[in-house]
Design a protein around this ligand. Structure first.
Ligand code: KIV
Length: 292
């Protein structure tokens, strides 16, 4: 089956005439198949797994093994997808501490994610991550950068705060993006930065920028699956547009199931298996009306 490729994504600059890239997170096989059926370009198995799926308060709790486990599930989902259109590029997030202890550890952990099915990895940080980016790229594993609000630095940043609001910080973001692109990143996520800063960064680099909470001027947009679908009320970031209210619909469906069970409306005869009349009789049962 045709698939989106790293070189194809790398050359997708809006200023060169490309449509904006669409990236969404997914964490399991059905999510992967849905994203393919919806025609997205890139699936990210994000470390947002920690908060969106596993119930943690930040992203620091997930491990390489967690991300590999969910990457493999998304990969299996994509392999069995019957939807038309090219498969999305599958990118796996490198979690906190999987690339902070040296380049050899980083390459080994990136390889674990590739063996789980990822075609590329994403990691957070600018200038100080260049040796790690270069080492992973040198091992033939494509790397997506991620700068701005980097959730793995939540404690260092003093919370989940918009970055690059001031002159020097904005210029530092631009320098980080240029350095990441020079080090070999094929795309860069810009998270939680003012729209004008995202525009300046996007203009400064030859690789596509993919924004989240970064305004409309980036070369693509990414949202978390659970935010797009309105699965939970817990956190509702300003930038996350909801396209459905699946959380409410799920509660309503589960409530209806509970009510039907308690009122003995579920299951019906049609929803039950039956013995043949002969076997029912041999067991001294009544009501056998032909097997199915
Ligand atoms: O983990 C994640 O979902 C991400 C996106 C928000 C870019 O890093």
């Amino acid at each position: 089956m045709r698939t989106h490729t790293v070189p194809g994504i790398r050359s997708s600059k809006v200023r060169a005439g490309s449509d904006p890239l669409v990236m969404v997170t997914a964490y399991d096989a059905p999510g992967g198949r849905q994203a393919h059926a919806a025609g997205v370009d890139i699936i990210l198995v994000g470390d947002s797994l920690a908060m969106a799926v596993l119930g943690y308060d930040d992203t620091l709790q997930v491990t390489t093994e967690d991300i590999a486990h969910h990457t493999a599930a998304v990969h299996r989902g994509l392999r069995s997808s019957t939807a038309e259109g090219p498969l999305p590029l599958l990118v796996a997030d490198m979690p906190w501490m999987s690339y902070h202890t040296g380049t050899a550890d980083a390459v080994r952990n990136a390889a674990t994610l590739v063996r789980a099915g990822a075609q590329a990895v994403k990691l957070e940080g600018g200038g100080k991550r260049l040796p790690v980016v270069e080492a992973i790229v040198e091992a033939e594993i494509p790397v997506m950068g991620h700068i701005g609000l980097t959730p793995q630095s939540v404690h260092a940043m003093g919370g989940f705060r918009v970055q690059g609001r001031h002159h020097d910080a904005a210029l530092a973001l631009r320098d980080d993006a240029k350095a990441l692109a020079s080090a070999g990143c094929f795309a860069i996520v810009l998270e939680g930065v003012p729209d004008k800063v995202a525009e300046m960064v996007t203009e400064a680099v030859e690789v596509p920028t993919i924004g989240i909470g970064a305004g409309p001027a980036t070369d693509g947009q990414v949202l978390v699956y659970h935010d797009v679908l309105g699965i939970e009320e817990r956190v509702r970031p300003k930038f996350a547009r909801r396209y459905a209210e699946i959380g409410e619909a799920s509660v309503a469906a589960l409530r209806a199931f509970a009510e039907d069970v308690r009122a003995r409306r579920f299951p019906t005869d049609d929803e039950s298996y039956h013995l043949s009349a002969e076997v029912a009789e041999s067991l001294s049962l009544y009501g056998g009306s032909g097997s199915d």
